[in-house]
Ligand binder design. Structure first.
Ligand SMILES: [Zn+2]
Length: 112
């Protein structure tokens, strides 16, 4: 069944959109500089999904991108990078690490 978005919102403050960029060698997650091209859709059942606005105003569910929190390391202040799920390869919304000082930070799901 195709779900109909009840509401489309701009990307919330404090969040960034990561998009999977794949080459023949590897794939990596790149932070989108222009999040104006993205919307957060809310469905009637309360779930959300990320949509991308294309040229001409077309709006499509973006399966290649994920919304993550913009967090900074408590120790050195550098931006944190989400861990990638070992099975899925998708950024983990609850586990981050600092590439500068090597520390790991776990986000409590209750606070999320
Ligand atoms: Zn750090």
């Amino acid at each position: 069944m195709k779900k109909i978005a009840k509401k489309l919102m701009p990307i919330p403050e404090g969040y960034v959109v990561l998009t999977k960029e794949s080459t023949s060698v590897k794939s990596q997650w790149i932070e989108q500089e222009n999040i104006r091209h993205f919307r957060l859709a809310e469905y009637a059942d309360g779930t959300t999904a990320l949509y991308r606005v294309y040229h001409g105003g077309d709006l499509n569910h973006d399966y290649e991108s994920v919304l993550v929190q913009k967090l900074y390391c408590l120790h050195c202040g550098e931006p944190l990078t989400p861990d990638l799920g070992s099975v899925t390869g998708i950024p983990d919304l609850y586990n981050y690490h600092c590439t500068a000082c090597g520390r790991s930070i776990e986000i409590s799901k209750e606070d999320y």
